[in-house]
Design a protein around this ligand. Structure first.
Ligand code: ADP
Ligand code: MG
Length: 286
């Protein structure tokens, strides 16, 4: 492929990606265009090639190849145990592949970076269960997410700069929680907590957002808003969404990847993959 092997994870220094976006005032207030600050010359933000992960000889990922375009909104579907979560673990550095290539942009080798380095380089992950600080207000949660050093609780009491405040207001507006800014996060509905957590990710201006089953447990209205939100975020960010809810997948994704037994079984529009014989076999069980 386009990237040749190197002993360093970084071939050339990246510009601090999206660390100074407090003043951005673009259409939806979500920071820079996707891919900026990263070397994504070929329009690919994520390249996975021949990725394998073994657990005691069992191959959770098996020579997986996957490419995500800059600004793309990709849905990953597949039966339980297909390797979807393991895939996210590999991208975020939580699990190391036994072999294969994983590049973020053209120059960052994810297999050589720590989880912290990967997060700092611009990959944000949302787990299924929201992990907001329940005793803090919605506003404070976002404020804390903006901080690089999360241990500095005292900084909550320090005065916020105008730009930081504007940025928080923008994100509050994006996730439709402006009216609840001063409420303790613990009082939010399950769906609102999910939105807050997405907002906390956005405070870090990630290039690539990984979302594992984001609409599980949401009401229909919340699911609809999530679809709208993701469509707005795409283009500015690249999104990889693992989801079982086919109605939701159909409403957001123009490109779907079906995983099965650790490999890509099919790729295309939802309609295309739903007509694929092998996909039908896997979902209906032969
Ligand atoms: N830490 C682990 N140790 C052993 N097996 C694992 C581990 N993590 C995942 N697996 C196995 O790998 C396969 C893929 O799991 P997972 O990525 O969680 O699938 P999915 O998210 O698509 O349901 C499953 O068979 C699972 O049991
Ligand atoms: Mg999973």
């Amino acid at each position: 492929m386009r990237v040749t092997a190197t002993d360093q994870f970084m071939l050339e220094p990246i510009i601090e990606p999206n660390r100074d976006q407090g003043t951005s005032r673009d259409a939806i207030g979500l920071g820079q265009a996707a891919g900026k600050g990263l070397n994504t010359r070929h329009g690919t933000i994520l390249t996975l090639e021949d990725i394998s992960v073994s657990f005691d000889g069992f191959k959770a990922l098996n020579d997986l190849n996957l490419y995500i375009g800059v600004g793309e909104l990709r849905c990953i579907i597949g039966p339980n145990g297909a390797g979807k979560t393991t895939l996210m673990d590999v991208i975020t550095g939580k699990t190391r592949p036994s072999h294969g290539k994983a590049w973020f942009g053209e120059t960052l080798d994810l297999t050589r970076m720590s989880e912290v380095q990967i997060a700092q380089a611009g990959i944000g992950r949302k787990f299924q269960k929201p992990t907001v600080f329940e005793a803090l207000s919605v506003f404070e949660n976002l404020e804390l997410a903006q901080k690089t050093d999360k241990s500095v609780w005292a900084s909550l009491r320090a005065r916020l700069g105008g730009e930081q405040k504007d940025r928080i207001e923008e994100v509050l507006d994006t996730i439709r929680l402006s009216a609840s800014a001063q409420r303790p996060a613990g009082l939010l509905s399950h769906g609102q907590k999910q939105f807050l957590e997405i907002g906390m990710l956005l405070m870090q201006d990630p290039q690539l957002l990984l979302l594992d089953e984001p609409v599980a447990g949401m009401t229909d209205a919340e699911t609809e808003f999530t679809a709208e939100l993701f469509k707005r975020l795409a283009g500015k960010h690249s999104l990889m969404v693992v989801e079982h809810d086919m109605g939701f997948v159909g409403s957001i994704a123009d490109h779907v990847t079906v995983l099965h037994q650790g490999s890509v079984l099919a790729e295309g529009s939802l309609e295309q993959v739903q007509e694929n014989e092998r996909v039908i076999e896997v979902y209906l069980g032969r």
